[in-house]
Design a protein around this ligand. Structure first.
Ligand code: ZN
Length: 421
């Protein structure tokens, strides 16, 4: 498969497959597929069918990652991983994560049975978005040995723990250590939609990710005193919601005044949550990101100071806990350069960029060389049913992927890394 029209036809199929997977949903009216929910099973079955017909046997590991292995030329050949995640946010589009898995299947298809000096393991991570348990990357964490007892004990809104969710899906949480990366893995490649407006604005189909920004996610709890909204005078209140509101505006103001910082309070819950009751307790989340770890840490410390001072002035208390702390992660320079060349061979002008979103690639980068290719996101719209891709961009991504595989297969520098045994 080498011609432009071959890749265009395959791109058509990739898009149709993504749309089909989007129909496996927890919600009737839209796409929502969280960690080990029932529709994930349909998703696994469908992709395993595609993989099986290409000679890649698929299995589901103990944390629910779908893994299909396409063997290399010789039995002892090393492997590369290509994939992304299969879970979605609520009211999702059809391409975030899923496209990276389906593109990997498309790349196998484009090989038309040819074997390379390395095997290819297609991987569909079970959890990346953090929707069900408030903690992201459960799938890829298992590969680097970071699913611990604390994470397994974490509960969803129905009181079901991660451990129980795994058991309910028919998997054995005691076998999670078997999901870990084997010694024969050369690297990880992830295709993903950009989920932002940069490539669209530049008019370029593909980007190469140099680094993934660092981020913190925290939960703040403001505690005051719930009381009667009619009988409690304004000067004798300890209103947790008013304190949280003041802080939320401070978060926005600081981010607006600090170049490169993005900070968001995306969830607020007031208790008891009644029209005629002063809120006694408020939970609010904070998400803060920057490509520089130092700039991010300084901004976060300032926002914590401001929360404390606002709370003190209003005679309420504030506590916080960290849900996620992720430093900025560089993608591997050799692979990044190879991707840049492959993008050029596909006839596109590559664009080097940072990713403002976290991705499984940054988790895997802890242990193995990892790299990412971004696809232009029309209108920059993602995490929404309107999320889309251009067919020609998907064709270019496939073409780029094929060039990349050919380059890596011919690179002694790359293959020479394998001899770890
Ligand atoms: Zn994603």
């Amino acid at each position: 498969m080498q011609t432009t029209s071959d890749f265009a036809n395959l791109a058509e199929e990739v898009i149709a497959r993504c749309r089909k997977l989007a129909s496996f949903s927890e919600d009737a009216g839209g796409t929502r597929r969280t960690f080990l929910s029932a529709p994930m099973r349909d998703c696994h079955r469908e992709i395993a069918g595609w993989l099986g017909s290409l000679g890649a046997q698929a299995r589901v590991d103990a944390v629910g990652n779908l893994r299909g292995f396409y063997p290399g030329k010789s039995p002892g050949a090393p492997r590369i991983l290509i994939g992304s995640h299969l879970d979605t946010v609520p009211n999702a589009g059809a391409f975030d994560g899923i496209l990276g898995v389906v593109l990997a299947v498309g790349l196998l298809e484009s090989l038309e049975g040819r074997k390379l000096p390395f095997g290819i393991e297609v991987i569909g991570f079970s959890e990346e978005e953090g929707v069900r348990f408030g903690v992201p990357f459960i799938g890829s964490r298992a590969l680097v040995g970071r699913v611990d007892e604390e994470l397994l004990a974490r509960k969803d809104e129905h009181g079901v723990s991660v451990r129980k969710a795994i058991q309910d899906f028919g998997l054995n949480p005691n076998e999670i250590s078997n999901s870990a990366l084997s010694d024969d893995v050369l690297g990880y490649l992830e295709f993903h939609i950009e989920q932002g407006p940069v490539l669209d604005h530049l008019g370029r189909p593909l980007g190469v990710v140099e680094a993934i920004v660092g981020q913190n996610r925290l939960e703040f709890t403001f505690s005051g005193q719930a009381n009667h909204a009619g009988t409690t005078p304004m000067n004798l209140r300890y209103d947790a919601l008013a304190a949280a509101a003041e802080w939320i505006v401070a978060v926005e103001k600081l981010a607006q005044g600090t170049p490169g910082i993005v900070a968001t309070v995306g969830f607020v819950e007031a208790r008891p949550g009644a029209t005629n009751v002063i809120a006694g307790e408020v939970r609010a989340t904070l998400d803060i990101r920057h490509a520089s770890d130092r700039a991010r840490t300084e901004a976060l410390e300032e926002l914590i100071r401001q929360a404390e001072s606002i709370a003190a002035r209003r005679s309420v208390t504030v506590k916080w806990r960290t849900l996620l702390a992720q430093h900025a992660v560089a993608m591997e320079p050799f692979l990044t350069e190879q991707i840049e060349q492959a993008i050029q061979k596909a006839g596109c002008e590559p664009h080097r960029m940072a990713s403002g979103a976290g991705h499984d690639a940054m988790i895997l980068a802890e242990k193995i060389p990892a790299a990412m290719i971004f696809l232009r996101t029309p209108g920059g719209i993602s995490h929404d049913p309107a999320e889309s891709v251009h067919r020609d961009d998907v064709a270019k991504a496939l073409e780029c992927g094929r060039h990349l595989l050919t380059q890596l297969a011919a690179s002694q520098e790359f293959l020479g890394r394998t001899c770890r045994a």
